[in-house]
Design a protein around this ligand. Sequence first.
Ligand code: HEC
Ligand code: HEC
Length: 291
Amino acid sequence: MNSLNKNLGKTLGAIILLIVFMGAQAQDAKETFNKTCKACHTIGGGKLVGPDLNGVTSKRSDEWLAKWIKSSQSLVNSGDADAKAVFEANNKIPMPDQNLSDEEIKGLITYIKSKSSAEGVASSANSTNETPQIALKNSDNASSEEISLGQNLFEGGTSLTNGGPACISCHNVGSNRIIPGGLLAKDLTTAHSRMGGDAGITGILNAPPFPAMTQAYKNKPMTEKEIFAISSFLNKVEKENGAQPAEATSPLMKYGFIGIVIWICTVLLLWLNRKKYSVKKKIYERQVKSY
Ligand code: HEC
Ligand code: HEC
């Protein structure tokens, strides 16, 4: 009887340890997800740069997911039909490989699974999970001050509050507004739509998932206001580029025309307001606070 009790105690102890251990693992997986995936994915919060991962664990096998997360492009290039289909369905934006251990990947899959079942595939439309619903403001309606702030931040004329480097040191945008930028990383002329609009850009700038960029902005996060300004600038640049006759399909022409009108207004406004910039800025900052 005594030894039975002792064994029971041992078993219970082991179970409790296991639960604590699993809890810790789940916590780790959540952190890993937030750090390395959340910039591009939600679980039940809609599409960002990559697809909503809600329910993906019932659509794909764990083995497939592990291979994908380890190196999505290797899987695509191996000729895997599902991998190719997902890649092509997402405008061929490659998902960057992350330096994750097999354990971490397993944890991530478990985490996605648990979040998926908790949120339920059906509720994906307006779920209230922890993924912040960004893009509260729409940069289509950005003011000319916000766009020019974005441009200044991009070019480095205005420093980022927390001291991160200017985007132009690594990226170029095809705009005759600014001098050519760095060629270390991709041209961002069409990044705004390619990354899924404000939500995608905001996600990436909040938690840059590309190693060089992660490093550059480590402990130097951009503020919400800066991110919105940069997203507005990229949005604007892309629209201006659409205005060029090379891509004269009708919806683009329409966009382009609107773009030109907005652009001319912007230039006029900027020119008119140049001297009063600091006054305007104060008003603008007051407005931003009341958001
Ligand atoms: C820079 C953006 C980005 C980051 C960061 C990112 N992904 Fe992705 N992910 C994508 C894109 C884009 C796709 C769509 C496929 C493609 O274009 O390669 C994708 C596809 C996927 C898919 C396949 C979905 C399906 O329907 O089959 C899974 C699973 C996935 N990602 C998981 C993750 C996990 C887990 C992480 C974090 C370790 C992560 N992703 C980080 C952009 C990203
Ligand atoms: C230290 C260099 C560096 C700096 C500074 C930097 N980036 Fe990046 N960025 C990268 C790298 C590297 C990538 C990965 C994709 C690539 O190879 O171009 C990337 C990717 C991106 C992407 C995804 C591009 C795509 O089409 O896949 C966006 C959007 C982006 N950066 C925006 C910005 C913005 C906005 C800033 C300024 C706030 C910035 N970056 C500053 C290096 C940098």
